[in-house]
Design a protein around this ligand. Structure first.
Ligand SMILES: [Zn+2]
Length: 436
């Protein structure tokens, strides 16, 4: 000791301040995860803000206990390392929305409890280094992880069983090469319930954790789970009704339109999101659209997340959670959602087009650097039967699909990894239904 004693009150205040800084860093970080979940990079200012909060937390922790005798190096190393590792674990499920490295995939698969793996190391570090600020940060971080796991376990009691139809079952058995139990174990498919040789699905619902179907559908080549299909249907009807009520010109987009046309009004078997596009025109501004959808989402239990700079609005089946749990949803793997892409009127190469900012399929580039479809292919919109209802679609849906996908009648598994895609192609083309 250096001879200058620090009063217990000051130590407690410093510990509480360090805890508060950690909570702010954590919330700021999980808020950032909305970007990778939507396949975008977060903005630089947002990254800097989170990084700055983390640096402040570490700096406060590593100021030596009496504040004037330099740096507590062990506390500096432990707090910086601990936050870096924990945040890496926390980010894994959001990063794995795209194909990711093996260890990210591994962490993503265990994302619901992986944060608690640091409980042991945190205890050891807290006991070994007598720094009350470090102990406070380690303690609050683990308390947040534990509370999240317990809350989720509680919510998941609301999952209910869904039967698998013949087609789902056949695809499942093909991908599992006939051994469902081993397949379930190898990939950690907790939703798959096997009893007396029959398979069913412990389905997601409002408030439960979502089925991680980007793993099941895109990586393992399974059909979209029956619960998720039902929720996609509900979400599609909610959005179409909201847009009709707001008198917004809209149409089914991409794979969703493909399902409506090719699968005669059903979702694609491996659908992982619903695409609806809208025309922002005349009196309908971005702000009015975002406010109108957010208000209806809050009323009917859907989470609306507008990305103005990126030109789309993400609407999730999840109910909006109260602060501070609002952003923790970004830690889940998989999400039932609709991406509403925004189009505007434009002229490109002398032709009137409807133009969007992000690319979609093989949609041609426009003069101004966006992507566009000739106006007459979309407007005036027409309708198609879809999901037991009637939905707005482009005026010439087949021409629209040709523009996006070329020969859209030919089945292609664009979003499914190549191995599982090959296996399911055999049953989709009427081959051997069970590859053993
Ligand atoms: Zn589900």
């Amino acid at each position: 000791m250096t001879g200058i004693e620090v009063s217990p009150t000051i130590q407690v205040i410093a510990a509480l301040t360090a805890s508060a800084l950690y909570i702010a860093t954590y919330l700021s970080f999980v808020r950032l995860l909305r970007y990778p979940r939507n396949w975008h990079m977060p903005s630089l200012p947002a990254c800097l803000a989170t990084g700055g909060l983390a640096a402040l937390t570490v700096a406060l922790v590593s100021l030596s206990p009496n504040g004037i005798h330099g740096i507590d190096t062990p506390a500096l190393v432990i707090s910086a390392g601990f936050i870096a590792i924990l945040f890496y674990i926390i980010a894994a499920p959001a990063i794995a929305f795209r194909p990711a490295s093996r260890h990210i995939e591994f962490l993503a698969r265990h994302g619901d409890t992986a944060g608690l793996w640091l409980l042991g190391p945190a205890l050891v570090a807290g006991l070994a280094i007598p720094n009350i600020k470090l102990q406070a940060v380690l303690g609050i971080a683990m308390a947040i992880e534990l509370a999240r796991v317990l809350r989720q376990r509680w919510a998941d009691r609301r999952r209910r069983l869904y039967p698998l139809n013949d087609r789902d079952q056949s695809v499942l058995e093909t991908q599992a090469k006939g051994n469902l139990a081993a397949f379930r174990r190898r990939h950690g498919i907790r939703e798959l319930v096997l009893s007396n040789g029959a398979a069913s699905w412990s389905g997601c619902g409002k408030g439960t954790s979502p089925c991680p179907f980007n793993l099941y559908v895109n990586r393992l080549g399974l059909n979209t789970a029956p619960c998720c299909r039902q929720h996609m249907k509900d979400l599609s009807h909610f959005i179409a009704a909201a847009l009709r009520e707001m008198r917004v010109v809209h149409w089914l987009e991409g794979g969703t339109l493909l399902g409506a046309v090719r699968e005669k009004g059903a979702l694609l078997d491996w659908e992982d999101d619903v695409d609806i596009s809208i025309l922002l025109d005349g009196a309908m501004t971005w702000d009015r659209l975002a406010a109108g959808l957010t208000e209806r989402g809050a009323r009917d239990g859907y989470y609306v997340d507008p990305f103005e700079k990126k030109g789309f609005i993400s609407i999730s089946f999840d109910p909006p959670q109260p602060w501070p749990f609002r952003w923790e949803r970004n830690r889940f793997r998989g999400e039932i959602r609709t991406d509403i892409a925004i189009y505007r009127q434009a002229v490109s190469h002398g032709e009137r087009v409807l133009e969007r900012r992000s690319h979609k399929g093989a949609m041609p580039a426009t003069e101004s650097g966006g992507y566009g479809v000739p106006r007459k292919i979309i407007l005036p919109t027409s309708t198609l039967p879809f999901l037991d209802g009637v939905f707005a679609c482009p005026n010439q849906p087949e021409a629209y699909l040709n523009l996006l996908y070329g020969d859209f009648r030919k089945v292609e598994y664009t979003y499914v990894d190549s191995g599982p895609a090959k296996a399911r192609a055999r049953i989709d083309t009427g081959g051997d239904p069970l590859v053993r």
